[in-house]
Design a protein around this ligand. Sequence first.
Ligand code: CU
Length: 280
Amino acid sequence: MGSGAQVTIFQTMKNLHKILFIAVLAIAQACSDDNDDMNPSEGMIEVASIAVPDSDFKVVMFIGENETLEVGYNEFSLGLYTNDGEWLSHSHLSITPMMDMFEMDMMHSAPFESDEHDASKEMLQTFATVFLMPSAMGDWTLNVSINEMDSEFQGEVSLPVTVTAPELTRLKSATSNEVGYFITMIDNPDFAVDSNEIEFTIHKRETMMSWPAVEDLTIEIKPWMDAMDHGSPHNVNPVHAENGHYKGIVNFTMTGEWTIYITVMDGDELILDDSFTIEL
Ligand SMILES: [Cu+2]
């Protein structure tokens, strides 16, 4: 009885050593993952970068593979790096998009979003901008404010970006009661013959520098296959989720070209009666 218990304790001790050894290995592995092998821009491509004056830093902009910056809603990431390419995770960036329409002697900003930055997450900060026009009509920049916590560096830089017009438009504008509204359908490369989530954003122009989200509008959508003159069942009109994003369901029953007819209402007031085209 006594010796049996001793053996059990002895074996447990042996196993405990094994467990500890494995745990130490796992921690060592996790640490090396966090530091050396960590690539915060994995799966993304660099589209723009610029040196930060009076520093050894540069700001780098990334977008998803197979994406381009286009007129409409664009998500992207920004990171602060040393000129040697070391990512500075203890930095905070904030943006203001700006377009210089030099031929018209006019500057304007655009709707934009920033993530809730959490330095402990070891991720690049994510942003979004609704680019209102292509670069053919003027120069787009992101004005980036930089706060590098470790070196207590603060600075600003203007990052030039190139915005193209997509083949199928993803931005509509409308005016109602002298207020300009900007409605985007967010491109979704995963649209398929199936029930799909579909997302729109709505912002308004308060001033040339202020483009807030509009959260209290009513959207109705109707997908229609013009070539065959039929629609589809089981669609759900988008409703407001957050930050001017409206989410609904669109059901594509076959491949081909679909027209998404959309109306946007402010109470009884019609703001937009238009359509987007999706090629499936
Ligand atoms: Cu412009």
